[in-house]
Design a protein around this ligand. Structure first.
Ligand SMILES: [Zn+2]
Length: 302
């Protein structure tokens, strides 16, 4: 079925694709992992939607029929893929998706919010779920400001955790506190951050690995979804096993998790940093590359 996109959002995958990493299977290629819009046309067999319905796109693709998909483990489906990388994405006028990839636009959300929470909200939600974050526990979000980290901050607050954040940028630290963090720490130095956390959420990889692991309390869980700053780290095994700690890798999420995250406390886990017109895509990419944003960079279509 076809969705006429009203708003879409940038992700780091847009930058990597623009640099040919990963190289698209064929050119031309339309990027864009996040989008929301209006159903424009139905495909054969579509029963869940009507033209004119306002929808949000889940960027995950899976077969929907294999044992992994049927047991809510679609992230392990052999056909697993992502809109905007393996399939044409949402930075266009129309995007083609399966009906299972849509949820109704949440009531009260702006188009910019609806079109930008998907990928990062899903990634952050699965990370916190896999790390078994519970109400009252301490969550440390390392390097707050990106899409996943700001979504994790908002989700952590909604889930009743005591949320802390780190950033080298004092403006980002102040924003994190405005959004519900109890405290935000600077990134200078190389010791542990001044908190012992039940869950540390980190997507930088090597640069913050040492400090993140040192900031875990006994029984704590470090959950990672990326390695933007470097992929190889050293693991101090005795510290890990004597501390009864866990290191958890996670990426994206399942269809059930997308629905749960969308409906969580009626609040979308998204902070919109700036809105560009679709025609200003190069300027939006440059803003993303600068790393100065707090939250999502959104494209408004038409
Ligand atoms: Zn499958």
């Amino acid at each position: 079925m076809a969705v006429r996109v009203v708003a879409s959002a940038l992700n780091h995958l847009d930058l990597w694709l623009a640099e040919g990493q990963p190289r698209p299977k064929a050119l031309p290629m339309v990027p864009g992992c996040d989008g929301a819009g209006v159903v424009a046309a139905l495909g054969e067999g579509v029963t869940m939607w009507q033209p004119g319905d306002e929808v949000v796109i889940n960027p995950s693709f899976a077969c929907g029929r294999c044992p992994e998909c049927l047991s809510d483990r679609s992230v392990h489906c052999a056909k697993w893929g992502i809109m905007g990388e393996h399939y044409w994405g949402a930075h266009g006028d129309l995007v083609l998706v399966g009906e299972a990839n849509l949820v109704a636009r949440p009531v009260g959300s702006s188009w910019e919010e609806a079109g930008s929470y998907g990928l990062c909200g899903l990634t952050a939600y699965r990370m916190l779920r896999r790390a078994r974050l519970a109400a009252g526990q301490a969550l440390l979000v390392v390097g707050v400001g990106g899409g996943v980290s700001s979504a994790a901050l908002l989700l952590g607050v909604v889930m009743g955790a005591r949320v802390f954040a780190t950033s080298r940028d004092p403006l980002k630290r102040a924003r994190a506190v405005e959004l519900g963090a109890l405290e935000a720490f600077g990134s200078a130095g190389d010791g542990a951050f001044p908190i012992k956390a039940d869950v540390v959420l980190d997507s930088a990889g090597a640069p913050t690995w040492e400090r993140s692991t040192r900031s875990l309390r006994p029984g704590g869980r470090l959950v990672l979804c990326g390695a933007t700053g470097g992929a190889k780290v050293q693991l101090d095994l005795p510290k890990l096993f004597f501390g009864q700690q866990e290191v958890i890798g996670s990426t994206m999420g399942t269809f059930r998790e997308f629905a749960e995250m969308t409906g969580l406390a009626g609040r979308l886990p998204v902070v919109v940093d700036q809105v560009f017109d679709l025609g200003e895509y190069p300027a939006a990419l440059a803003k993303l590359r600068s790393g100065s944003q707090f939250g999502k960079i959104v494209l408004r279509h038409g």
